[in-house]
Design a protein around this ligand. Sequence first.
Ligand SMILES: *[C@@H]1O[C@H](CO)[C@@H](O)[C@H](O)[C@H]1NC(C)=O
Ligand SMILES: *[C@@H]1O[C@H](CO)[C@@H](O)[C@H](O)[C@H]1NC(C)=O
Length: 403
Amino acid sequence: MRYLALLGSVLLAIGATFAKSSTGSSVLVVFDPKLNRQDYSLFFSGLEAYATDLSPQSLVQMLDSKINVIFVASPTNTPLTTLALEFGLTFSPPGAQLVSHFPERSSPHTVVPITAPDSKLLSNGTAPILYSGASHSIAPNPLIIPILRAPAESFATDSITEDGADVIVDAVDKGGEGLWAGSQIGVVSGFQTIDGARATWVGGPELFSDDYATQEVHKGVKSGNYQFAQDIAKWTFQETLTLKIDGTTHHLVGETTPREAYTTNDNVVYSMNVSAWNPETGAWVPYSGLTDMQLEFTMLDPHIRTSILPVKGKEGTYEVTFRAPDRHGVFKFVVDYKRKGMTPLRSETVVPVVPPRHDGYPRFLSAAWPYYAGAISTSIGFLLFSAVWLGGEFVPTKKGKSE
Ligand SMILES: *[C@@H]1O[C@H](CO)[C@@H](O)[C@H](O)[C@H]1NC(C)=O
Ligand SMILES: *[C@@H]1O[C@H](CO)[C@@H](O)[C@H](O)[C@H]1NC(C)=O
């Protein structure tokens, strides 16, 4: 219920806006001097003013200390856009707004309906989202999760008449990055740090407004803005797609307690428990939904890389059995699971693998059967020979037949 706590006690100032939850773990930053609190009552109910240092350094520090942030930039305001560069997002020049002339509609062309994509972050069947504001290009950074992209036929411009687009023309003249157009650009993007802290960038605060949340996109279909805003807030504030490792263990097949060391070629079982946060109940629950997790058994390089799958009937438990390699040394069990939008899971357990003890070698080798057979047949032959030699009847030959 962390997110609900946020809704209940978040603090919000008008103008340069900074909102912090009572637990201090969630932050919302909105830069818009014209922001009018009453216009955002659906989303930010019960918010209060809060004054603090809003320099980019302090905001980045927040992420470092695992505080999650929603940044809401506005097309006219730029303090956040330089900070966005640090996240690999390049915002369109100041004053430029996303415009789309399709589909034909009576509402202003700067209010763009965007179909909600299929995404783990968003609820199924979210209605088209009304968006107006800036757009950004997205660097190929694996930590960025594009949440909502601009429609293919949209573009950024500061004027919808043909001869007024000075800002964009200037930007193009200055070189390179002038063109913000098409579905490659984003309007809402997520960012997850290596530690799992989350930040979301939104190009315009109107997305959250009561006005857009209650408007109809088609006749009889209300916009998906409310649902969408809830979804991205839940994701950013670690309510959804939040996982953790509860524990890991390893043992020999047929045993239950971990060994100090394993012997080469031992059959080893490695198992781990994973939980996911359930926003409805506000508790961690065992989670068996990961089907693409891998375990590595490494000494410098992975000697074994195998998938570790959920165990049927044991919710939240993942297990794999494998044969230790025929190498001795200090090995590590490594699980390093990183997927876009999900909390990264990482676990490392060091375990030595030793050669067999002097009496740990097998006594009989099937490959040695020719030698065993040789020794046994020689022994049997000797016994038979001895028996015949000693016990055989002595029959003297008749000599001197002629005598
Ligand atoms: C959403 O849709 C996907 C694919 O159609 C489905 O696998 C998933 O269970 C759905 N989620 C919900 C919450 O209905
Ligand atoms: C995983 O969970 C099961 C069932 O709750 C428990 O018996 C087991 O000890 C746990 N294992 C680890 C490694 O935490």
